[in-house]
Design a protein around this ligand. Structure first.
Ligand code: IPM
Ligand code: MN
Length: 339
C-alpha cells in the first residue's frame, strides 16, 4: 500500500503543551496515519532561555510543512518576566498573520452534564484582521495627556473570505444555519460591512438560514439556548471572547479544539487546543489531552485523512471516562483502545 507520510511541525510549547501534543500524536499514529514530526522549541521557556521568539527563516520553514501542531504557549500565571504581547504578537499572531491563516475554526459539542449538553455548533472567527491587526499607537506615554488608540481593521476582502468559509461550513450542516455576531448598533462602520457581506454572500446559499445577534445578546443565548446555533461567524476579537464562553458552556476549554486555517493551502495550517499552558499541573500526568486530540482530528480532516479523522472523532465522542482519575496516559490509552 502506498501510504502518504505527512510532515508535521510540532510546537509543544510550555507547561502541559508538550504532554498533550505527544498524546495527540500517539492517537494519530494509532489511527493509522503516517507522520514525520519535527519539534520546534518555541514559547516562554525558549524566550527565557535565549531571548528567541521567532524569526523570518523559521516562519518560512513552518510555511512548508503539511501541518503545524501547537500545544500551548505562555509563562506561568504570576510570572512577570515576559512583557504582555511578546509571545502573543511575536509568536502566535505572527504565525497566524504571516502564514495567512485567516480562519480560526472552533467546533463545540456540549458534553454530558454541561449547560449545552448535546448541542453542536462552531465558531468561525476571522483570524488576521479586526483589533488584532494592531492598528493604533501611543502618544505622550506616561504623561497626563497620554493618548492610546486601538483600531479595528475590516477589509472587504478579509470579511468576504471569512464569511464565505462560514457559509460553506453552514451549508454542510443537517440544519444549515449561520449567525453573524457583531455589535452593529455601536460599531456601525465595520458592522455595516459585515452585515452587507453576509447578505450578499448569503444570496448564493439559499438553503442556509441566516440570523444576526449582537455580541452581548449572544453571550446570553450561548448560555440559555445554545441549540439555536449552527455556525457563528464573527470578527477576531468577538470570536476570541465568545469561544472561551462557548468552551465553558460545552464542558470546559479542556475539550475545545481549534484550527487556524488557510483553506487554499497556500501555507501550512496550524492546529491548537484553545486551552492554555496550565503550568500548575505540568508534568503531573493530569493534563486533559482531549482538546489536543480533537485539534489533531481537525488536522487530519484538513489533510484529507477523513477516515482516520472520523474514527478519532468517534473515539473522543464516545469517551465517557473520568479524565481526572485516568490522567493523560489513561485517557490516551482508552482512545487508542477504542480505535
Ligand atoms: C486564543 C488565545 C490567543 C488569542 C492569545 C493567546 C493571543 O486567547 O487563541 O484564543 O487571543 O487569539
Ligand atoms: Mn482566546
Amino acid at each position: 500500500m502506498n501510504q502518504r507520510t505527512y510532515r508535521v511541525a510540532v510546537l509543544g510549547g510550555d507547561g502541559i503543551g508538550p504532554e498533550v501534543t505527544d498524546a495527540a500524536l500517539e492517537v494519530v499514529r494509532a489511527a493509522g496515519v503516517a507522520i514525520q514530526t519535527t519539534p520546534y522549541e518555541l514559547g516562554a521557556a525558549r524566550y527565557l532561555a535565549d531571548g528567541f521568539v521567532l524569526d523570518d527563516a523559521t516562519l518560512e520553514e513552518l510555511r512548508g510543512y503539511d501541518a503545524i501542531l501547537l500545544g500551548a504557549i505562555g509563562p506561568a500565571i504570576g510570572d512577570t518576566r515576559i512583557p504582555g504581547g511578546v509571545l502573543e504578537r511575536g509568536l502566535l499572531l505572527r504565525i497566524r498573520f504571516g502564514l495567512d491563516l485567516y480562519i480560526n475554526y472552533r467546533p463545540f459539542r456540549g458534553v454530558t452534564g454541561s449547560l449545552a449538553e448535546g448541542c453542536e455548533f462552531a465558531i468561525v472567527r476571522e483570524n488576521t484582521e479586526g483589533p488584532y491587526a494592531g492598528e493604533g499607537g501611543v502618544l505622550r506615554h506616561g504623561t497626563p495627556h497620554e493618548v492610546a488608540t486601538q483600531g479595528s481593521v475590516n477589509t472587504r476582502f478579509g470579511v468576504e473570505r471569512c464569511v464565505r468559509y462560514a457559509f460553506e461550513r453552514a451549508a454542510k450542516l443537517s440544519r444549515p444555519k449561520l449567525t453573524l455576531v457583531h455589535k452593529t448598533n455601536v460599531l456601525t462602520f465595520s458592522g455595516e460591512l459585515w452585515v452587507r457581506v453576509v447578505r450578499e454572500v448569503g444570496a448564493e446559499y439559499p438553503n442556509v438560514v441566516v440570523d444576526y445577534n449582537h455580541v452581548d445578546a449572544a453571550c446570553i443565548y450561548l448560555v440559555e439556548s445554545p441549540e439555536r446555533y449552527g455556525v457563528i461567524v464573527t470578527d477576531n476579537l468577538f470570536g476570541d471572547i465568545l469561544s472561551d464562553l462557548a468552551g465553558a458552556v460545552t464542558g470546559g476549554i479542556g475539550f475545545a479544539a481549534s484550527a487556524n486555517l488557510n483553506p487554499e493551502r497556500a501555507s501550512a495550517s496550524m492546529f491548537e487546543p484553545v486551552h492554555g499552558a496550565a503550568h500548575d499541573i505540568a508534568g503531573t500526568g493530569k493534563a486533559n489531552p482531549l482538546a489536543a486530540v480533537s485539534s489533531a482530528v481537525l488536522m487530519l480532516e484538513h489533510l484529507g485523512e477523513t477516515e482516520a479523522a472520523s474514527a478519532m472523532a468517534i473515539a473522543v465522542r464516545e469517551f465517557h471516562g473520568d479524565v481526572a482519575a485516568l490522567g493523560t496516559a489513561g485517557v490516551t490509552n482508552q482512545l487508542i483502545e477504542r480505535l
